[in-house]
Design a protein around this ligand. Sequence first.
Ligand code: CA
Ligand code: CA
Ligand code: CA
Ligand code: CA
Length: 312
Amino acid sequence: MKKIVIIFIGAVVFFGMVNSASAEVNWDPIQTLNIPANTITPTTSSVLVNGAKYKITVSGTFFAGDNIEADAKYSFRTGSSSSWTDLVSTYESYGETLLDLFMDSDNDWGGYNSEHVYSKIITGSGNVLNFHIYDIYPSNNTGGLTVQIDRLRREATISSPDEGEKVYGEITFEAFLVDDDQDNIQWAIRKGTCATGTGTVFGNVDGYSNVATIDTSNLTNQTFSFVGDMSNMLLGMYCFVYNPVEDNGESNIRETMQFELVEPLIVGPPTDMNQCKKDGWKTFNNPVFKNQGDCVSYVQSNKKAIGNRKDN
Ligand SMILES: [Ca+2]
Ligand SMILES: [Ca+2]
Ligand SMILES: [Ca+2]
Ligand SMILES: [Ca+2]
């Protein structure tokens, strides 16, 4: 019984790890720009790829003259301000855009952040971005803001089975793709190799047309799941190949995971009624029980049978 409980806890911990891995999104730094405050002439970024996801992060503060310190959207004027505000203190009539950082025509950086860091996620349109700090009188300004441009990293991960995992019976294959659009997935389970075009037992290539469950509703967590019954297949090493098809300009992703098909572990039969209790009946596969009572009566009738045996 103790052994069974330990295995169960281990499975729960592992499940939690898989969940957190699938939610992870990484970003690749593309460019850092310094936007000077003493001019409204725009600072131009490099071209953003059409359809790609970018994270724009702006940080820092600058000085705008007349005892005013400002970040991307909020300002504080020493002598008249009691807190950082969207309107500039004593310059309210110029509106909320005064001293704002503009990214093209966009100056929405959300609510005030005391660290003066603001970020937003945008989709590239094949054009540059133009940044400027708007002021009616920029020439007495000092300093500037820093704009960091990061691009979503396209990544794929196989989450099940694990590397070298020993499996039998119905096997669940799971993987996920982080991307900014939907890509077709080529996949295969192959006997003895991860190489292309040979040994395939399941998949949607090499003449196979098994249907996996693919959910692309969250582009940064596009999930793949396929359950394959390998009960009657040759034992040994297999490879799960998960191969999202690349769009123009994307670098190749092809994930592989080797696992081992083994004889099923035989658990049972129970020899004592206590082994059926506290969900113990669920752990047997030789034979399989419907419920605790089923398990108990199996033990009882088995004991009776042994008792009646003449050679006993
Ligand atoms: Ca100024
Ligand atoms: Ca403002
Ligand atoms: Ca893509
Ligand atoms: Ca690929």
